[in-house]
Write a protein that binds this ligand. Structure first.
Ligand code: FSO
Ligand code: SF4
Length: 547
């Protein structure tokens, strides 16, 4: 195996024996083979008119496959073996239409569009040869992977939007075009740099679509205080990013005597008006994804993982954890899609919860959030006045991910040491590094404004664009906003590409720069966008504040 798609890549270069995340080498290889076949399907379906039903199945399959290979999403070998078989079958269906359109055939069909095998052992054998390192040139490899990881993040967001019946065919077609381009040996560095930027453009569209899907279904997030304590009834803990799953769970648990708590990236669900009506929607339990081993143990009840960021579960709670959607772990029960469009059936969790003790209290109190674009625009006058009067000197976008590396304590220290006339804009699980510090307020505006999940980084971009307008500036980079972003997995990659596409410069990325950036590709990002890493709190603070 060779995997370097996340920030925790072994030794800062890549995992080769097993994933630091717990992904076994055979699963890593099979994920590579699935992505390879998805690229083959993309190639064949590029310019071919498919019947609508097949077109939709192709889009969904690509989305699901990209999503299932995101860091910490799915560790289940069986799932990938099954998906590889499905990929070959689907590719066969597409091939029929491809052959009709190109009756003479094409001399050079890529191997990804034709390779096939029947036996699992042959999958393993092939999988060893189609991974990241099969691209020899390190710059081409770097860009192909940067694009592929961006597409993985994008797929997660389009999947959630689709769950709320929002779809964009142009976006789906772009994904195919970009995937097929990563097979094309005639493309050079500059072509792939251009495609990377285009990926960012479609990343903005994907996040805008998800924002619209979420707010149309559940209302605009409101400024909300969220309880972080517990009650004395049994509960179900829901983690991940899928709001539709949460909605179904809340409906099905109503009146059962079972409470529902959010974990990690599901915290922002409390900000949506539609979920506030549920009396049994109690609060948020615990912190970011990487602390789940101890927190899931203490929760005492069933846990539903709706998306990625599963840490291989301990035996002590393995019987209480469930996966759904594209997540999976061997030996963990999976809640399938409902039949013929019906809701998923969460009754197994509810019945189990009734037999479980209430959660063990980890902490008490409240945290505040809900500062998505609409809520911030409601207090825009106050914000603008505070900037004009000098009460707010600078905003720091500290969105992104949290992770287990000790070096990430930098973000806690950075937040704590920021001058009192600065405000943090956050989104994603990065916030858990400082959202429980008492950083105070500026004229009634909290110093940490949480817009929501990582995909709600879109909200931060909308806020920045609106402020640019209000202040009558030409360029988004003239705003008093600095970007000190923490990244972990591939959703952060699409957020980064989206920000670059929107013209944001001088983003600092930590705790380390991605292992998949070759020195030359990193140089392009530094020279054109001023991308930088982090050093230490004192020096970085001086650099950002120009003191
Ligand atoms: Fe965190 Fe995990 Fe949301 Fe990521 S929960 S690390 S960026 O999946 O998706 O922010
Ligand atoms: Fe390693 Fe990250 Fe890949 Fe897991 S996802 S194998 S930790 S690089």
């Amino acid at each position: 195996m060779f995997c370097f798609q996340c920030q925790e890549a072994s030794k800062g270069t890549g995992c080769t024996i097993a994933g630091v995340c717990g992904k076994p080498h055979d699963v890593a290889n099979l994920q590579d083979l699935l992505i390879y076949l998805v690229k083959g399907i993309s190639f064949l379906s590029l310019d071919v008119r498919l019947p609508e039903e097949l077109e939709q199945r192709v889009s969904l399959f690509i989305m699901d496959s990209l999503f299932a290979t995101i860091t910490n999403a799915n560790f289940d070998r069986k799932l990938f073996v099954g998906r590889i078989r499905e990929a070959m079958a689907l590719r066969g269906e597409v091939r029929v239409y491809f052959n009709e359109q190109y009756p003479e055939g094409m001399v050079n069909l890529p191997d990804a569009a034709v390779w096939e095998a029947e036996h699992e052992a042959a999958f393993d054998e092939k999988a060893r040869t189609v991974g990241v390192l099969s691209t020899r040139d390190e710059d081409i490899r770097s860009l192909r992977e940067l694009i592929t990881y961006g597409l993985k993040g994008m797929a997660a967001y389009t999947y959630h939007a689709l769950h709320l019946e929002n779809e964009d065919n142009e976006l789906n077609r772009f994904m195919r075009r970009a995937l097929a381009a990563t097979l094309d040996d005639s493309l050079e560095v500059q072509d792939l740099v251009a495609l990377t930027m285009e990926t960012g453009k479609y990343g903005v569209n994907a996040m805008a679509m998800l924002d619209s899907a979420n707010t149309t279904a559940y209302g605009n997030p409101e400024i909300t205080k969220v309880n972080i304590g517990v009650r004395n009834r049994p509960g179900i803990l829901i983690s991940g990013h899928d709001l539709k799953d949460l909605e179904e769970l809340l409906k099905q648990t109503e009146g059962t005597g079972v409470d529902v708590y959010t974990h990690s990236e599901m915290l922002p669900a409390h900000y949506y008006p539609a979920f506030k009506k549920y009396e049994h929607f109690v609060g948020n339990y615990g912190n970011a994804w990487w602390k789940q081993s101890s927190e899931f143990e203490a929760f005492n009840g069933p846990i539903l993982m709706t998306t990625n960021c599963i840490v291989p579960p301990k035996d002590s709670y393995k019987h209480r954890i469930y996966t759904t959607g594209n997540t999976g772990f061997p030996g963990v029960r999976h809640i399938p899609e409902g039949i013929s469009g019906a809701a998923k059936d969460f009754s197994a969790l509810i019945e189990q919860a009734k037999e479980c003790p209430a959660p063990t209290e980890l902490e008490t109190g409240e945290i505040i959030g809900g500062f998505a674009h609409a809520a911030v625009m409601n207090v825009a006058d106050q914000v603008v006045d505070a900037v004009k009067s000098g009460a707010i000197r600078r905003f720091f976008v500290m969105a992104g991910c949290d992770g287990r590396m000790k070096s990430r304590n930098y973000y806690t220290d950075f937040a704590a040491q920021l001058p009192k006339d600065t405000v943090i804009l956050t989104a994603g699980c990065a916030k858990y590094k400082y959202n429980k510090l008492d950083l105070g307020e500026i004229g009634g505006i909290p110093r940490v404004l949480d817009a929501g999940q990582c995909n709600d980084s879109y909200s931060l971009a909308v806020i920045a664009l609106k402020l640019k307008e209000v202040f009558g500036l030409e360029d988004i980079n003239e705003l008093p906003i600095s970007y000190n972003i923490a990244w972990y997995e591939q959703k952060a990659v699409i957020v980064l590409l989206a920000l670059l596409y929107l013209g944001v410069k001088n983003i600092h990325l930590g705790p380390t720069l991605p292992a998949f950036l070759s020195p030359n590709v990193a140089k392009v990002l530094v020279e054109n966008f001023g991308i930088g890493g982090i050093t230490n709190v004192e020096d970085d603070m001086k650099m950002f504040l120009g003191d």
